[in-house]
Design a protein around this ligand. Sequence first.
Ligand SMILES: Cc1cc2nc3c(=O)[nH]c(=O)nc-3n(C[C@H](O)[C@H](O)[C@H](O)COP(=O)(O)OP(=O)(O)OC[C@H]3O[C@@H](n4cnc5c(N)ncnc54)[C@H](O)[C@@H]3O)c2cc1C
Length: 374
Amino acid sequence: MNRRELLIGAGYGLGMLGLASCSSISKTRSNIHTRYRHYAPLKSTMQRVTHSEVGLRPFRPEGYRLEREPLAHKTLVHNYGHGGGGISLSWGTSTVAAQLASQPRVKDIAILGSGVMGITTALILAQEGFDVTIYADDFPPNTTSNIAAALWLPSSYFDRNIVTPAFLEKDRHIIRGSFSRFLGYVNVPRYGVSWHNYHLLLPQARDSIRQLPGGNDLYPELATSTEDNLFGYPYQSYMKALIIDPMLYLPALLQDAQIAGAKLKQAKFENLDQVLALKERVVVNCTGLGASKLFADTSMYPIQGQLTHLLPQPEINYAYVVPTPEGYLYMFPRKGSIVIGGTAVKRAFSTEPDQKLTARMVQGHAELAKNLMR
Ligand SMILES: Cc1cc2nc3c(=O)[nH]c(=O)nc-3n(C[C@H](O)[C@H](O)[C@H](O)COP(=O)(O)OP(=O)(O)OC[C@H]3O[C@@H](n4cnc5c(N)ncnc54)[C@H](O)[C@@H]3O)c2cc1C
């Protein structure tokens, strides 16, 4: 089995989508007695589109950078480069970053960046009694973290041909630690973290399921089936998965950090001299893709992804990912919208939504939904 196919999450998509692929999907016969007849079909029409947005995943082929580095008279701690898995990994890597930043113990700590990494690291350190200031160019709702589809399934954050066994070993602990922290936020309305039925659908039957990130016990009800699947696909991997709404989660976490004493300062760092001029002796670098320029990390590049938001459908509590010949289509429900997406374009820097792509995605999901309406 191709591991990449089974690991697909929202942070992971390939290429562009196309209508041709969707028409071939709709030819797949769906069983009228399917066990999913109680699922409400997605109303995927252009009239229900509220907006589209484009985000740049901070991809680093060797995996995220999580280490301490001396920089002149300061101690720098790096926590960046989480690709398409940063929301999922955030509690795990930020806990390690906070530990690295708290030894040797100093009073004041600067956090650069206010995406999910900066906020989570700041919260942990502020709750431990440090005087924390978050310096960032953008704050929620204007960060890449706000754009994430935010399925809890760590994926697409290293190149399998480059990553080391040592990284993967540490990563497993980080994934597990991160998952356990997210559990504490489930169904607390202000954080927007909840369980949903998740279906990965494939056009060919596969053999048994492989290990998912962190271990299969992190994915309740994990099962595969080769008949009577959602939309009539020949193969399905099903589980319960956490979906996080970053538009609720990030402001709530930022508020928690401020209540714990973290201060916020708008600042854009153009070079290392400006970082060195900060009053704090310990600096945690959570600048995401910004680290490539600020810290001259030439290995990192963006993987661009476009998401479209449809009007909410509270009756939908399932999510899916389906492959198309040119990429993937995925759908994740939130309280405030239905998120559809599936694109991942390497080294593309534009953050302008492509309206033709929006139309193709809407059409592709509409064709899938027809299989539930028969
Ligand atoms: C379309 C899409 C779908 C995704 N889906 C998922 C998913 O389903 N699950 C998942 O786990 N992850 C997903 N991700 C990945 C996730 O969004 C990222 O890994 C994560 O947001 C990275 O967080 P971060 O805090 O490192 O960076 P960011 O959110 O980009 O935050 C960086 C911060 O640093 C600041 N900054 C940068 N440079 C400077 C500078 N020079 N001076 C001052 N401030 C600076 C910025 O202003 C910002 O505050 C997705 C991403 C995209 C784009």
